[in-house]
Design a protein around this ligand. Structure first.
Ligand code: FES
Length: 210
């Protein structure tokens, strides 16, 4: 429930409970995923960023794919117009809730090489784009190199678009946080850790191990 509804429930309990009853009883036949996808269409149409940020992750959690979320955003176009749709796409991309565009940027030239070690400052998360999926490269305080898949183990968001806290990275979608030296999930405790990708440093370069 939004903060505004919580406030209304306290200050105007009769009005708020009628409103909430309406929501509860008016939609009986749609499953959660369909309901949240329709919510996305309505939020884009009226241009409410907060509502979009609230319901789009719910659609993902209810089983919608990123393609379906993009479809829902685009379905709003006839009523919302181009600008609202483009604004929604910006928000959804920032939250990593849309399918990735085909990667036309240059990927690492040599298939197994991630580049020279000196390109990667110590204790700073660095992302490497690769056709097979982005990677996170991290040099620990003890100068060991660790490489991880950038896919969040929770729901596959791209952690390269997460928040870099220096020795930790926080996923933007549901805020899971990972220790970059070990890949351990710190928040929530007991969550799955980052998937490590075997690598080796040879002749001053970082290579993926076959
Ligand atoms: S996708 Fe849920 S925390 Fe990353």
């Amino acid at each position: 429930m939004s903060k505004a509804l919580t406030y209304l429930a306290k200050t105007r309990p009769e009005a708020a409970s009628s409103l909430l009853d309406f929501y509860k009883h008016s939609v009986k036949s749609l499953d959660d995923k369909t309901r949240y996808l329709i919510q996305i269409v309505t939020k884009v149409t009226v241009g409410t960023e907060r509502g979009l940020r609230q319901y789009a992750p719910k659609a993902l959690n209810a089983g919608a794919s990123r393609e379906e979320i993009l479809d829902a955003v685009l379905m709003a176009f006839p009523a919302a117009g181009l600008n609202k749709v483009l604004d929604a796409i910006d928000i959804m991309r920032e939250m990593d809730l849309l399918p990735e565009a085909p990667n036309t940027d240059s990927v690492v030239a040599e298939e197994q090489s991630l580049g020279m070690l000196e390109r990667f400052p110590m204790q700073r998360m660095q992302c490497v784009q690769r056709a097979g999926g982005d990677l996170i490269v991290y040099r620990t305080q003890a100068d060991a190199v660790v490489v991880y898949s950038a896919r969040c183990p929770h729901s596959k968001a791209n952690l390269c678009r997460g928040t870099d806290h220096g020795t930790q990275v926080e996923c933007r979608v549901h805020n899971w946080t990972f220790d970059l030296a070990t890949g351990t999930c710190l928040q929530p405790l007991g969550g799955s850790g980052l998937q490590m990708v075997p690598s080796v440093v040879r002749d001053g370069q970082i290579f993926l191990e076959a």
